[in-house]
Design a protein around this ligand. Structure first.
Ligand code: PAF
Length: 281
């Protein structure tokens, strides 16, 4: 396992690997690895010969009021977990390495960034696409993988890759859940014991709305309202609940016909923001 902290060091390592004909896979993360991240590695392994994982808590995707400073970090533990999952190189740069003094360039993806999480976190996706674009240029991976828990992030990155002709193939990886259904997330450690007990309600609700959909309920507004009612408990503050086209992310309110549909939500439990989603077709 090699830990690269400098861009030039990583580029030299990867140039050698490419000369030996190795296909390179990139797993971008912000660290504090859990089974969700390890499953990203599992998803990409069959496609590549060498897996690079980036571990970088990216300041540009947090607004000043968000949890950048307190975001959980544990590089030593991450290194052990990544190695046992089959990662060969970890790229863990400093903020100054990624954003040197005088830095001033950003990538903005339009429409698909605007709704859902983009509406309540207006600068978030600009930071995500910028850092992921930089990682693509630094690593030049053949494949990169992103989790479907951050479904909008996956769609935004696919759009960026298509529009800006990045020569990389993007893989999506299914949501990994705790036994009680809560989607695995580094931020779950913020939950108090009581919030943690209530948190499985999110997935339980998504599943029951999916059941209603499968039972014939096809009106977007009704499905959203069912979700809202099920989550109407004092411990949960709803940020958004939306039914959207699973590719364009445009809201669907009327009758759903044969289009691919995603039910997505974000809630606060105390000051912890949780997101989750389910495909209805
Ligand atoms: O999903 C994440 O952990 C981050 O948004 C990413 C893709 C690593 C960019 O910082």
């Amino acid at each position: 396992m090699i830990i690269a902290r400098k861009i030039e060091q990583l580029k030299t390592l990867l140039a050698k690997a490419r000369l030996s004909g190795h296909k390179v896979g990139l797993v971008p993360t912000m660290g504090y690895l859990h089974e969700g991240h390890l499953s990203l590695v599992e998803t990409i392994v069959p496609y590549v010969d060498l897996v690079v994982m980036s571990i970088f808590v990216n300041p540009t995707q947090f607004s000043p009021s968000e949890d950048y400073e307190s975001y959980p970090r544990d590089l030593e533990k991450d290194i052990k977990r990544a190695e046992s999952a089959g990662v060969e190189i970890i790229f863990s740069p400093s903020v100054r390495e990624m954003y040197p003094k005088g830095y001033q360039s950003f990538i903005h993806v339009d429409k698909v960034s605007e709704g859902l999480c983009g509406a309540s976190r207006p600068h978030h996706f600009r930071g995500v696409t910028t850092v992921v674009g930089k990682l693509f240029n630094i690593v030049q991976p053949d494949f990169a993988v992103f989790g479907e828990k951050d479904y909008q992030q996956l769609v935004v990155i696919k759009q960026m890759v298509k529009d800006l002709n990045f020569p990389v193939r993007i893989l999506g990886s299914p949501i990994i859940r705790e036994d009680d259904g809560l989607a695995k997330s580094s931020r779950n450690v913020y939950l108090s014991p009581e919030q943690r007990r209530n948190a499985p309600l999110l997935y339980c609700t998504l599943q029951s709305v999916k059941d209603a959909f499968e039972g014939g309920e096809r009106t977007g507004k009704t499905l959203v309202e069912m979700t809202r009612q099920a989550l109407d408990i004092p411990e949960v503050q709803i940020d958004y609940i939306e039914l959207v086209h699973a590719e364009s992310l445009q809201p669907l309110q009327g009758k759903i016909h044969s289009q691919p549909v995603l039910l997505a939500l974000a809630v606060y439990m105390g000051s912890t923001r949780l997101i989750d989603n389910i495909r209805l077709q």
